[in-house]
Structure formats: structure tokens, C-alpha cells
Design a protein around this ligand. Structure first.
Ligand SMILES: NC(=O)c1ccc[n+]([C@@H]2O[C@H](COP(=O)([O-])OP(=O)(O)OC[C@H]3O[C@@H](n4cnc5c(N)ncnc54)[C@H](OP(=O)(O)O)[C@@H]3O)[C@@H](O)[C@H]2O)c1
Length: 244
């Protein structure tokens, strides 16, 4: 029995990468998991199978407000202790040559999606509950090569974090964010499978390594724990010193 026994957590994008590790680590502490996925049901089932007790799977495309509303209708009157807004995408969007479709996809998935999820989750979230947003160090630094829109969506997620912390303080709902640096997942695999790119990145990493999903998940679990009960409105870099 862990310290989160008897609690319920909804983790968006829980099927793969960072979200998978968050589901696993929250479950290890005893939380019951509602695992959201979008298109990869097999990965969601695979993650659920690693948890060792029943996991509720729910599906929605973060780009669809109606899809998000349907997902919450499926959850009925479930009471939530934790909401982790983790689902997100990374697309290159060079200014000057990006299509309207990719611009809309980025904004709808990374920014409008977590806003709508949170709005729909509030009636289910207990007073005193926690929201953890997954932003990125990309929201705080300039990165060459078409990353401005990704960075802007993540800066927006940090802004949600500060503002929701104030808006939801009367209900004693704590709102914080984790801001990962370079983490080994499917999202970054195309970059780091290129040895030259990996070498360049590692040279810029003060701790000389890429991060793991588990290292991010450990901080999410902390932010959901009793030990974090006086922390709200913060965004914590998990970047091996890349952003200080
Ligand atoms: N990896 C990094 O270096 C890094 C660094 C900073 C921040 N982050 C952030 O961390 C979060 C997780 O990233 P990751 O690296 O774990 O990514 P990932 O391995 O690509 O996994 C992405 C997750 O998001 C879900 N998802 C993708 N598009 C979606 C959509 N349109 N609607 C709903 N769900 C969708 C996926 O569901 P399906 O499996 O069903 O497709 C999957 O569960 C993201 O917000 C990302 O921006 C990552």
C-alpha cells in the first residue's frame, strides 16, 4: 500500500513515453489510474498491463472539444484527486513556411486541449486535489529550427499553471507544472537516433545525459504527495541543467 492508496488520477497521454511512466509511478504509490490515449489503443493496453490491477482506459483526441466532452461523459460521476495534463505533440513549424493545418493542430492539441480537459475535469476534481501540467523547457528558451510554436504552446501551459493556481486556490486545488528538457521517448526518437544530433545535444547537457520518463514521473508523484501541499503555481525544470 502506497501513500496514494484510495486516490484516483486521470493522466492524459498515459499510453506512451512520459505519460506511461507517470501512470506506472502513481499506481505504484497506490493511485487508481484513468489512462487516456488517443490513437494507440495497443500501447494503452500494454501500459495498463504493466500496472497489475484494473486501469480504466479512456479515449479522446485533444484536438476535438466534442471528443474531450464525450470522454468526460463516459467518466460519469467519478471523483478525481489528480489530473495530469500530459498529452502533447511536437511538430516543426518554421515561421514563413508552415501550413495552417499544422499551426491549428499544434495549438489545438497542446493548448486548447489541456484547457478544455481541465474545464471539464473541475466538477469531478475534489477540493484539495492537484493538477500537474506537463510543459517544457522549450517554453523558456529559443531553439533554432522551427520550434517557436511548440515553445509558445508550452509557455502557454506554464501560464495556465500560474493562473489556475490563483483561480483554484479558493478550492485548495494545487496547480503545478513539470518542464522536461530532452527526454528519451517516441517524440524525440527521430532526433536522437541521429548520432550527430545526439552528440551535439549531449555536449550541451551539463549532466551529460538525456533524461528518462521515470525522472519526470518521480517529480509528478512528488507534486501529488503530501510533501508538496504548500507548493502551487510553480513550474519545475527537469532538464539535467540545460535550463537553470
Ligand atoms: N520527450 C521530451 O523530450 C519532452 C520534453 C519536454 C516536454 N515534453 C512533453 O511531455 C508530454 C509527453 O511527451 P512524450 O515525449 O511522452 O510524447 P510521446 O511519447 O509522443 O507520447 C505522447 C502521448 O500523447 C498522446 N497524444 C498525442 N497526440 C494526441 C492527441 N491529438 N490527442 C490526445 N492525445 C494525444 C499519445 O497518445 P497515443 O499513444 O494514443 O497516440 C501519447 O500517449 C508532451 O506534452 C510533450 O510536449 C516532452
Amino acid at each position: 500500500m502506497g501513500s496514494l492508496t484510495g486516490t484516483n488520477a486521470l493522466v492524459t497521454g498515459g499510453s506512451r513515453g512520459i505519460g506511461r511512466a507517470i501512470c506506472q509511478k502513481l499506481a505504484l504509490q497506490g493511485a487508481d489510474i484513468v489512462l487516456h490515449y488517443n490513437s494507440n489503443r495497443a500501447a494503452a493496453e500494454e501500459t495498463a498491463a504493466t500496472i497489475g490491477r484494473p486501469v480504466r482506459l479512456v479515449q479522446a483526441d485533444m484536438g476535438s472539444l466534442e471528443g474531450i466532452e464525450r470522454m468526460f461523459a463516459d467518466l460519469g460521476d467519478l471523483r478525481l484527486d489528480f489530473l495530469v495534463n500530459n498529452a502533447g505533440i511536437w511538430r516543426d513549424t518554421p515561421v514563413g513556411s508552415s501550413s495552417a493545418a499544422v499551426v491549428n493542430e499544434m495549438i489545438n492539441t497542446n493548448l486548447r486541449g489541456p484547457f478544455w480537459v481541465t474545464q471539464c475535469a473541475l466538477p469531478l476534481l475534489k477540493d484539495g486535489g492537484r493538477i500537474v501540467n506537463v510543459s517544457s523547457v522549450a517554453g523558456r528558451i529559443g531553439v533554432a529550427g522551427g520550434r517557436s510554436l511548440y515553445g509558445a504552446t508550452k509557455a502557454g501551459v506554464d501560464s495556465f499553471t500560474r493562473n489556475w493556481a490563483l483561480e483554484l486556490a479558493p478550492r485548495r486545488i494545487l496547480v503545478n507544472a513539470v518542464a522536461p528538457g530532452y527526454i528519451t521517448t517516441d517524440m524525440t526518437e527521430p532526433y536522437f537516433s541521429d548520432p550527430a544530433m545526439l552528440d551535439r545535444t549531449l555536449k550541451r547537457q551539463p549532466l551529460g545525459a538525456l533524461g528518462t520518463p521515470e525522472e519526470v514521473a518521480d517529480v509528478v508523484v512528488f507534486l501529488c504527495s503530501e510533501g508538496a501541499k504548500f507548493i502551487t503555481g510553480q513550474s519545475i525544470n527537469i532538464s539535467g541543467g540545460l535550463v537553470i
